[in-house]
Ligand binder design. Structure first.
Ligand SMILES: [Zn+2]
Length: 263
């Protein structure tokens, strides 16, 4: 038995994510997301994963309830991704557009680690769970981060292992600057605005003089970051030696106290 069609339906918008459209559908019918999924007879524990994979039966149930067709339901999920795109696409929301969110939208491109400005209205995306800490973020950092995001997008879309490796290496350095513990991929999806901005900015900075950049950072880091750095260069002994050499020369010439971030 198929569930009864919902009294009201809403048309999906370009780039809208299935979970976002379901939320709007629920709101239009005066219920919440869980009640809507229960009505359609879809296991609510699978709510979030529906964005990545909706099986034929579920697509059928949703399309019947919303009076649309299963192909449209499926078009709201992520298409098949390359391994690089998959790595750089968040499983759960981590940023959103303040303007479009107010209209109840949840868009697909916001999940990409490289998304920086909203493609619909141009507003800069903000961290979903991040608390505004009242600190002033410099325009220079924002612009550099935007450039880094563009480079990350390029690397992901070209699936270029070399560019991706270079970007992740830059992120590892930035993590040591903002004392972020964990994987570079999580740093890019961090709910702390300054972490994400520093990491993206580092991608842009590393492009011009990666070794000098590495050296500057490595001369001012703790043991944890040092280990991360060694791991980054594990298979590139020659590069690691070069970084160490520059760091030592720099430390000798300016003294340890003078080392600072130049973001
Ligand atoms: Zn927007």
């Amino acid at each position: 038995m198929t569930p009864r069609p919902l009294p009201k339906t809403v048309a999906p918008l370009p780039d809208e994510l299935l979970s976002g459209w379901l939320s709007r559908l629920a709101a239009a019918n005066y219920c919440d997301d869980a009640e809507l999924l229960a009505h359609i007879e879809i296991d609510t524990t699978h709510g979030a994963s529906l964005d990545f994979n909706v099986d034929a039966a579920a697509a059928e149930k949703i399309s019947d309830a919303a009076r649309t067709n299963p192909d449209i339901v499926r078009s709201l999920t992520f298409p098949t991704m390359t391994p690089a795109e998959a790595l750089l696409t968040a499983r759960v929301p981590f940023q959103s557009c303040p303007e479009c969110s107010r209209r109840g939208l949840l868009l697909r491109h916001w999940r990409r680690a490289w998304a920086f400005d909203c493609q619909v209205c141009g507003t800069r995306l903000v961290q979903t769970l991040g608390k505004p800490r009242g600190e002033q973020i410099s325009e220079k950092l924002v612009n550099r981060a935007r450039r880094g995001a563009g480079m990350l997008e390029c690397a992901a879309q070209l699936s270029s292992p070399k560019q991706l490796r270079r970007a992740m290496r830059a992120v590892t350095f930035a993590m040591s600057l903002v004392t972020f513990r964990g994987e570079p991929l999580f740093a890019l999806q961090s709910h702390r605005q300054e972490v994400r901005l520093f990491c993206l900015a580092a991608i842009a900075a590393a492009r011009s003089r990666p070794l000098v950049k590495a050296a500057i950072v490595s001369s001012d880091i703790d043991d944890y970051a040092r280990v991360a750095l060694l791991r980054t260069f594990e298979k590139e002994q020659r590069l690691l030696a070069a970084v160490d050499h520059i760091a030592q020369r720099r430390a000798r010439s300016i003294g340890p106290m003078a080392v600072e971030s130049h973001y």
